[in-house]
Write a new protein. Structure first.
Length: 205
C-alpha cells in the first residue's frame, strides 16, 4: 500500500508512521509527502528518507480547482492508495475527497465529535478541553469528508485530564497516543479490515 502523507508542521505523526513501517507493524510505504509550507519540518524528514516531496500551497495556484488538479496529478503519479493527514492544517479540496472516498485519514487531538470543527486544531483544542473542565480527552483517527471532523470514526483512545494540566501538558499526553493509534488505523486499512457502512466504520478483527 502506498501512502501519501500531508503535513504542515514538524512531522511527529509522519515520523510515527515511518517508525511503524520500519518496525514491520504497518505493511505499507510512504511514497509521497505533500506540504503547504515549504519550511515544514516534515519535509526535512522526508528528504532525509529520500521520500518524494511536493510543496503545494493555495498561494501558488489561481484557484482551488487548480490546486486540486496538482494534488491529484501527484497522487496518481506516485500510485497512492490512501492519504494520511498528519498535522495538515488546510482543508482538502472536494475533488480530492471525492477521488479518494473513504481513503483519507486524519488524526484529531480530541474525542470526536466533541471539540471538533472549523478552527479546532492544535492548542485551541486543548485549551477548549481544559476550559470545559472535562476529565477525559484523547485522540481520534477518522475519515475525511467534506465537513470538518465529521467523517466516520475509525479508532479512538483516551487520556485522563488532570486538574493541573495545561494545554501544553495535555498536548504532550495526547500526542503520545496519536503516535500509537494512527499507524494502527492505517494498518487496518492496509489489511482490508475496515468496514464502512454509510457514515459509520469499524475495524474487523
Amino acid at each position: 500500500m502506498n501512502i501519501a502523507v500531508f503535513a504542515s508542521g514538524r512531522g511527529s505523526n509522519f515520523q510515527a508512521i515511518l517508525d511503524a513501517i520500519n518496525s514491520g507493524l504497518l505493511p505499507a510505504d510512504v511514497a509521497l509527502l505533500i506540504s503547504n509550507k515549504s519550511d515544514a519540518g516534515a519535509i526535512e524528514i522526508a528528504r532525509a528518507k529520500n521520500i518524494p516531496t511536493r510543496h503545494l500551497s493555495q498561494k501558488l495556484f489561481p484557484s482551488e480547482n487548480a490546486l486540486a488538479d496538482a494534488m491529484l496529478h501527484e497522487l496518481a503519479l506516485h500510485r497512492i492508495d490512501c492519504i494520511a493527514l498528519a498535522g495538515y492544517l488546510k482543508k482538502i479540496p472536494a475533488q480530492v475527497i471525492r477521488q479518494y472516498h473513504n481513503r483519507i485519514f486524519n488524526i484529531h487531538p480530541a474525542l470526536l465529535p466533541s471539540f471538533g470543527g472549523f478552527g479546532m486544531y492544535g492548542h485551541y483544542v486543548h485549551e477548549a478541553v481544559i476550559a470545559q473542565g472535562v476529565k477525559v480527552s484523547g485522540a481520534t483517527v477518522h475519515i475525511v469528508d467534506e465537513e470538518y471532523d465529521r467523517g466516520a470514526i475509525i479508532i479512538q483512545k483516551t487520556v485522563d485530564v488532570s486538574s493541573d494540566d495545561t494545554p501544553e501538558s495535555l498536548a504532550a499526553k495526547v500526542l503520545k497516543i496519536e503516535h500509537e493509534i494512527f499507524p494502527l488505523a492505517l494498518k487496518a486499512f492496509a489489511e482490508k479490515r475496515i468496514k464502512f457502512e454509510g457514515k459509520k466504520a469499524w475495524i474487523m478483527s
